[in-house]
Design a protein around this ligand. Structure first.
Ligand code: NAP
Length: 249
């Protein structure tokens, strides 16, 4: 017998926005397949939060930059849950702050493999299953305000991957809309997570937050609320849309 709770796959759920999405999705009644790359401790903490909120949770360690790992995510999902109702395409990588002239082929290949090709292949697995199930579904891609702003002098490579995600969101939403599958994106602005430390600027949210129109950085929970809105029936006529969660930035 299939699980009566809807099933949501969230990539990159060991920290930050993905972890906040997992906690809120659990509270909203989803069972969860959560992935992480390297932070097993963080992933276990997210699992504990989600289980405390009533969800059944399965964790998978996977690099979304590796197609075999994506196949393993879906093999686990098929075996453990047998269906998918929602995808939060969240896993994302950033490299250190640099100018284009300092970026080499290896860096560009890696960031596009994770943020673009990985996100597209993860979405492909969800669409294949949702179309076979025949009862719709919701995909939320986690883009970035960087897609609009370009991040010159910081990480134009990362910003370009998010621009690609925006284009992909629009195209895929048109492609799968007749099957009742909705595809939307959130574009977070300056959000307090560990991603800034990974770019070599751990104080970035504290420094740039006060320069935004709302004069503060956002929280992962605020992004998660928008993701869960786009997944919900309250957004039943919304597809191909971009929700800026950026305090006006
Ligand atoms: P975070 O705290 O650094 O979390 C990133 C998550 O993605 C972690 O769970 C990490 O796994 C996972 N991840 C990284 N590379 C991966 C890979 N190759 N394969 C699988 N998983 C991988 O960052 P965050 O701020 O929550 O970012 C989440 C999403 O929001 C990203 O797509 C990011 O681009 C986007 N975003 C963030 C901001 C912001 O200001 N924070 C703004 C705009 C957009 P491990 O920790 O296990 O290694």
């Amino acid at each position: 017998m299939s699980d009566p709770r809807p099933v949501c796959l969230i990539t990159g759920a060991s920290a930050g926005i993905g972890a906040a999405c997992a906690e809120l999705a659990a509270k909203r009644g989803y069972d969860l397949l959560l992935t992480y790359l390297s932070d097993g401790t963080g992933a276990e903490a997210t699992r504990a939060m989600a289980e405390a909120a009533g969800a059944r949770v399965v964790l998978v360690q996977a690099d979304v930059g590796k197609p075999d790992d994506i196949d393993r995510i879906y093999a686990t999902l098929d075996a453990e849950f047998g269906r998918i109702d929602a995808l939060v395409n969240n896993a994302g990588a950033i490299d250190s702050i640099a100018r284009l002239t300092e970026m080499d082929h290896a860096r560009l290949t890696r960031i596009f493999a994770v943020n673009v090709i990985g996100a597209m292949l993860v979405a492909k697995g969800a669409v294949q299953r949702m179309e076979e199930q025949g009862d719709g579904g919701a995909i939320v891609n986690v883009s970035s305000a960087a897609a609009r702003l370009g991040s010159g002098g910081q990480f134009v490579d990362y910003a370009a991957t998010k621009g690609a995600i925006d284009t992909f969101t629009k195209g895929l939403s048109d492609e799968v809309a007749p099957g009742g599958i909705r595809v939307n994106a959130v574009r977070p602005g300056i959000i307090e997570t560990d991603i800034h430390g990974k770019a070599g600027a751990p104080d970035r949210a504290g420094e740039l937050g006060p320069m935004t129109p709302m004069r503060r950085a956002g929280s992962a929970a605020e992004v998660a609320a928008s993701v869960l809105y786009l997944m919900s029936d309250d957004a039943s006529y919304i597809t191909g849309a971009f929700l800026d969660v950026s305090g006006g930035r």
